[in-house]
Structures are given as structure tokens and as C-alpha cells.
Ligand binder design. Sequence first.
Ligand code: NOJ
Length: 613
Amino acid sequence: MERKNCRTTKMQVPNTNVPYKESTLLYFCIVKLKMNIMKISNFLVSIAIMSAAPAALSAQKGPEWLNKAIFYQIYPSSYMDTDGNGIGDIPGIISRLDYIRSLGVTALWLNPVFESGWFDGGYDVIDYYKVDPRFGTNTDIVKLIDEAHVRGMKVCFDLVPGHTSTECAWFKESSQKDPNLRYSDYYIWMDDISEAEKNEIKERHKEPNPESSRRGRYVEANAPRAKYYEKNFFECQPALNYGFAHPDPAHPWEQPVDAPGPQALRRELRNIMSFWFDHGVDGFRVDMANSLIKNDYDGVEIRRLWAEMRKWRDEAYPQCALISEWSIPTEAIPAGFDIDFMIHFGVDAYRPLFFAKDSPMGHDANYDYCYFDETGKGSIETFVKNYTEAYNATHDRGYIAIPTANHDFQRPNVGRRNTVEQLKVAMTFFLTMPGVPFIYYGDEIAMKYQPGLPSKEGSNDRAGTRTPMQWTSGATAGFSTCEPERLYFPVDTDHGKLTVETQEKDPNSMLNYVRSLIKLRQSSAALGNNGGWKLLSSVEQPYPMIYKRALGAETYVVALNPSAKKVAASFGTLGFDKVKTVSSSGKGSYKPGKKQDAVSLGGFSAIVFKMVE
Ligand code: NOJ
């Protein structure tokens, strides 16, 4: 059984090592001395992590199954509802596994399924060891894992290590007056903060809403334990205490990373992972992976933490994957992650391609036009510079994932990028880049980002990207038997066009295009996760974007034109006599020459060429 890999170690129970309470005074007497030692040791750790030889690391490129992995991300509340309450559930996902497998994907990433307070779409966890009752039971999720494995697919969960819900039992206990209880040091409590910080809280509370709740660092709790706690995201998400990289002696609540509380939390983190790995889970996407250590200005301590987890994973669960939401692959992958996303924050690479100022979620974007835009006024310069740098630095030790979208930002079908021709060009890009592809549920049928939906469960403007999967035409799109008003979010099938049912029957649909691209990718290592990548066209003339994918004897060229205009480009010859078109959407040609090869593409066209000797 596939699952065996992840069940090689003995079942572990949640951590029973009660963090003993040592005198905090003792810690802060040695803090000053430590800070000096840390400065030197941090430097040495950085050198050790960053300079490990690529050749040695290529042997450690994570579990072997990642070589051909293609992920499908599911937001469980929105995938398939079987009990008619308008919210998706685990039996619903199980009922759709054959469909998912039919896409050709090999792995699932599920957004959080743990018991939650539902003030942040599941990212406010109450109990990491229990599936939320709205989705089903732990038995249901094990069944889902087993059924996915039977179909040759892996299942990764979402791990939220940086914060819990305020409704978590750990937090409730930690807020008690007695600071010596088992979970007392799992959180960061203080009685006083600066005047500026107090004012910030006042300002934030002038218009309390989920968006303002993200601002600032502290929350006024007036708990028996102390007046304030540190949060990690929304106010309802108190930060878990992995310690401070540079504890300030004037802030007695800042514990060093090796203090008993922070160390107990590391054990808890391993216990959570073991618990689920032992239930068959194949990996974790790690939420806000770089947020755990506070005041970690140079990032040394967070890299050290993940290097420790990676070592543990390699020894105990070598077949299980670690995927970071960090979005700086040059930091995340050397720190130990197998995959890091390149998304809407962090390294500036995704934004110039998909986010323009006038797109619904592009309000903080720097770009008047994004590259995947019909006007042809975008640029690939920033993407190419930052992607190339990250790719060169990481491709022999891990994978970059450029997802079609996710639960936090808009889908490709947004604003004026809304026809199937345009969206096929974007999809060709996602499915022909190196690294591990991630398809966000519904993007395979070109579902729309729905702007302007009311916020629910902390979604804010992310609501439009979390709408129910559209299976059939009809008022609930086959997602649920509930009344349409009870749907988790409204559906918009564009008169039945954006549904699985309609697109199954149409050979030219997005759905069938996605299937054919996945099949092509899986047929060739050169086009796959480990194949090489090189830009052939010039950044000065961004339309068309042309890149080479090659490995061993195989060479492919991908040519993309997201603009409405016909375009052409030439570049130094690749030296092949013949070229075969292996995937095509729109029009175009490739003419090999003695000195230069030339590509021309019609508007909204994407073609994959195979070079033949
Ligand atoms: C990132 C997640 O993707 C997002 O949905 C969530 O709101 C924050 N982290 C907080 O956990």
C-alpha cells in the first residue's frame, strides 16, 4: 500500500511532556550573554545552511514522488456537500475522487480540516488532532486518505503552526492566572506595551472588522494572566510561542528559542505532524511558515527551526512532503522545505504576471498592466529576473510552485482576462513551468473570481475565490441539495458553461485542455517538474514569451501570447531541423533557421513545440 511509507513509525499520542517551568529570571540573566553568542552562531548557521553544496543536496530533494507530482488544492467548505447544509464535507470530496483523478493530478492539498472557530476559514484552529465536525470525523478523513491512495494520489493537509484560535483549550489554559500550567508558555502574554502600540489598538478598534483585525501586533485581552497577548494574524489568532531570536531584557515575556515553553511547542508540532503522518497523510502545506520566531530580523532562527524539522522528517517520515507558504524560495528551500510557493506576496514574481492595479485583488499592485492581459502592455522583466534567481538557487534541492490561484487571491478568470482562449494561455504557463504545479479547484473549468461578495468567516475579498465548485447547471451547481440562499457562497456558472458537466462533453473545453496538458507534462521528464528552464525570448520584447524546457535528449519550446495582437520573435537557433507541435491553443508556427529560429503566434495563443533531430 502507498500509505505504508508514512506509517513506518509507531503511532504517537499527543505530547505528554509537560513543559516544566523554570525561573524566568534565570533566563533573562543570561539573555545578554546569549545575544552576543547568537550573533556569532547565527552567522555560522547561515553559512552552513546557505553554502551546502548543491551536488550533495540534490540527493535530498524531498520524497521521490514529488518528481512527478501535480497538486489539486481543495477548499473543503466549497467542494461538495453531501448532507445538504450548504457547506462542503469529506464524504463529498470522497465522492469526487474519480473526477479528480481523471484530471491526471497526483496529489491533493486540503485547506485546514481541523476543528476551528471559523473566524478565518479554518486557519483559527481549536484542535489539531480532530477533524472539524462540519466536515465529518477523523474516521472519514482516514477513509478519504485511503481512497485517494487506492487511486494513486497523495493527500497533504494544511498545518497552521503559528497561531491557534482563541477558543483552543491551550489558549484558554494559558490565559489563567497561574503561569505554571502545562500550556502557560504556549502563548506570549504581557502586562504593558508601548504608548504607540496602545494607540494602535485604539485606532484599530474604531472600526472593528476582520480587515482591521489584521493590523498591529498585540491584542487587549484583560485576561487573568495578563492584559495583552501577541497575535499572529487576526485578533482571534494568538501567536504560538516559539520564542524570540533576540529577546529584549526590557521585555520579560520574550523567551529565547531554547526556553522550555518554545521547545515544548516544537515537540507539539512534531506530534501533530506524526499524528497525521501515522494516519496516512503524505505531507503538509505549512501556513505562514516564516512567522514562527519573533524578532528574527535576519531569519536565522526560523531557518534553524525548519532545518531541525527537516532533519526529523528525513529520519522519521522520509516519504512525507513539507510545503511552505513563505514565497521566498531562496530562503524556504535551503531552510528545509521541499516546495515553496511563489504567490501574491514575498518575492515579486507572481504579481507582475497576474495582478494589475485595476484587478479586484490588485489594489496594492505596482503594475498598471499585468503580463497576462489582453492589452499586451505588461512586462516579464521582474518575473524573469526574480524567478531565474530563485530557480537557479533552488532547483537542485527543491521545487518552486506557481499555483493557478489559491484561497487567498483571485482566480485567473478575473476582470478582462475572462475568455477561454485567454485562460488557456495562462493555464499553459502554469502547466509547463518547472517545479510542482498546483491547480486550485475550479480553475480547471475556468471558474470566475466573483468580486464584491460579502465577507464570511474572515474571507474579506477572498470570498470571490472560495465559491462552491460548479458541477452542473442549476441553482446550486450540483454542489449541494440545499436552497440556493444557504450555499456557502453563491455560484456563477455563466449559464451552465463553467461546469464540469458541460465541459466534459466539449473537446475544446478548458477541462479537456487541462487534462491534455497534464498528460503531455507527465509523458516527458523534460516538460516535467525537474526539466530545465531557459527564457529564449527577450525581456525587452515580452510578447510572445518563449522558453525552453529540456532534459537529457529531449527539448521542448513553449510559446505564449496572452495579448490580443499577433506577435513574433526570433532568437539564436536551437539547432534542430524539425519541430513538432505537441499542444496548441490558437495559432502559431515555429521556423528553425541556420542562425535564428523564429516563432509567430496569433492573439491569445499558446503552443508547445517538440524539437526533433
Ligand atoms: C495564510 C492563509 O493562506 C490564509 O488563508 C490565512 O488567513 C492566514 N495565513 C492566517 O492563517
